[in-house]
Design a protein around this ligand. Sequence first.
Ligand code: A2P
Length: 283
Amino acid sequence: VPRETYMAVKMAIDAGYRHFDGAYLYHNEHEVGEAIREKIAEGKLWATDHVPEMVRPALERTLKNLKLDYVDLFIIEVPMAFKPGKDIYPKDENGQWLYHKSDLCATWEALEACKDAGLVKSLGVSNFNRRQLELILNKPGLKYKPVTNQVECHPYFTQPKLLKFCQQHDIVIVAYSPLGTCRNPMWVNVSSPSLLEDKLLNSLGEKYNKTAAQIALRFNIQRGVVVIPKSFNLNRIKENFQIFDFSLTEEEMKDIAALNKNVRFVELLMWSNHPEYPFHEEY
Ligand code: A2P
């Protein structure tokens, strides 16, 4: 039964299965493919598409690119807008960024309509501070809460206050740059030392026969933070998944949390003059 295959594959993906024995002969390729595509997809709304009328076309463009009917999650990438248009990094003739006034609640309502239209299952945000989250949470007539806030988070930037606030409101923190970025000085503040060279992370790695990267990832998932490590290397992609077969002690969790330097690697400086720049506020 096609529907059964489709449901079974989706359940298996949730359970951790990653190898599916489909075959033309079995007449199940279509269902297997559909289930896999639906499980992997997530999209982001870019800053030039915050104007409410542009939200749905932007999502439809994402769906077309992904060859999907819907995505599981669609998030506002930054709480600030650029001038709408084709240019994704718009500047004026003097090289100044062309900002646009943000109306986060209006953008959010347009996203809610996309969910009602079945184009997306869950809505989220990224790089929002507490005030900006509250703006959405306290919006009169709010239909759907943000389910996630994707922010920088790792042992050198642990986000204790924002994490607590989000947990109180059932918003999952998704940690970007959980390994401390690739340290490209073009966009990374490299004045903070390299995370993966940290002494404590490396000594705990020795104790558990893991790498510093695995300790950093385990720290976050063990406190309920989702991690999205980036790697183009097959061995490191595998390594970054091998974090569910050990646990850190409470004491070790505390010691790692104490590494927090309150310094961001990712400062999003191109936005620092925008009225909604999120990082001027404490959290
Ligand atoms: P590579 O793609 O060569 O593996 P983040 O997720 O914090 O942005 O970090 C990404 C950077 O960390 C990339 O430079 C990536 O390089 C590197 N990286 C990813 N996984 C590991 C790992 N397990 N150990 C060391 N470096 C890693």
